[in-house]
Design a binder for this molecule. Structure first.
Ligand code: EPU
Length: 305
């Protein structure tokens, strides 16, 4: 049965700040994706929880959006309601930092350094939000969120507020129970990380060095979704794509970066279908040449088929 009953549509249209057929491309780092049937941007966790409970009761599909990184939204858009999480609070309590889901990881890295805390410098290389980082145990330079995460507060529509330990979240290499397991559909409200005291100036110097490095090896100033594939055990997806001679391969305005083989760049006007063809093409060629099946890290959402 469709969720588009008159009463459901009336409920959605009654939500404060709601927009219909809202283009999503500009809300993703890729600059790609069709519209959300309904779209709302919310900055208070309690409001998000109420809206998600409402969706659950009415069987309206919903999708939680953060910074729109690591995401490939279908050209036909996303069914139901897209909630963009823009909660931004943070609290520094000694060496513990609590941060709301919508805060950017890069911003939190600077906040931690300004509070003379160390151990979070790697987050300067993570383009998404805190919520997105919990969702897929984001990381950079060999460090991952799970190394500093103490606890996450969450909300399961229909079941209420939760506190999750890292073990509850089943954090692995770019995976969690939120992304791939029993907590699918749950909302990350905030994360608590534990850092250590140190010199903020040193942290800032290290972050500047790491950013320079990333700038030299990744096309960070382009429209992209971050790493397209997960690294297979003991190898690098970028190296494999390069070795298969695929750098520069193109579908429409989507092209495999010449700088880093694990990036696809939207040169302007690329469609999700272009990117999906490029991903499948690269995957097939790497499989044919090296008998390795690259697993996408980028998440495909919306109306594919
Ligand atoms: N390499 C090539 N050709 C390429 C790209 C890389 O030969 O086109 C080689 C490099 O020379 C290096 C090795 O592959 O020897 C690894 O490359 P790199 O250091 O660039 O790291 P990566 O494994 O490709 C990972 C993360 C990135 C993260 C960087 C830096 C994954 C899939 N990627 O990349 O994460 O920024 O390390 O720490 O885990 C992301 O997840 O979105 C992301 C960008």
């Amino acid at each position: 049965m469709s969720w588009r009953s008159a009463s459901n549509l009336a409920w959605l249209r009654g939500l404060s700040g709601i927009r219909e057929k809202e283009p999503l491309a500009s809300r993703t780092s890729f600059g790609i994706g069709g519209p959300a049937d309904f779209f709302v941007e919310l900055g208070r966790a309690e409001t998000i929880e109420k809206v998600l409970d409402g969706c659950r009761e009415r069987v309206i599909p919903y999708h939680l959006l953060g910074a729109g990184t690591n995401l490939l939204i279908a050209d036909a858009g996303i069914e139901g309601l897209v909630v963009r999480v823009v909660t931004r609070e943070h609290h520094v309590e000694g060496t513990r930092v609590r941060a709301a889901a919508g805060l950017k990881m890069m911003r939190l890295a600077r906040i931690a350094a300004d509070a003379n805390l160390r151990g979070f410098e790697f987050a300067i290389g993570v383009p998404g939000t805190v919520g997105g980082a919990v969702y897929q145990n984001a990381g950079c330079w060999g460090k991952e969120l799970r190394e500093v995460l103490v606890e996450a507060c969450g909300y399961v529509p229909g079941s209420g507020s939760k506190k999750w330990s890292p073990a509850d979240l089943k954090l692995g290499y770019r995976t969690s129970a939120l992304r791939d397991g029993s907590l699918k559909g749950a909302f990350v409200v905030e994360a608590t990380i534990l850092l250590h005291r140190g010199d903020g100036e040193e942290a800032r110097t290290q972050m500047a060095k790491l950013t320079r490095e990333r700038n030299e090896t990744q096309p960070i100033k382009t429209k992209n979704c971050g790493s397209v594939f997960k690294n297979p055990a003991g190898d690098s997806a970028g190296r494999l794509v390069q070795a298969a001679g695929l750098k520069g391969m193109r579908e429409g305005a989507a092209v495999i970066s010449k700088l880093h083989g694990n990036f696809i760049v939207n040169e302007g006007g690329a469609t999700a279908a272009d990117v999906a063809r490029l991903i499948e093409g690269a995957r097939a060629e790497v499989r044919r040449r090296f008998n390795i099946d690259l697993e996408p890290e980028v998440e495909l959402v919306g109306r594919w088929r």
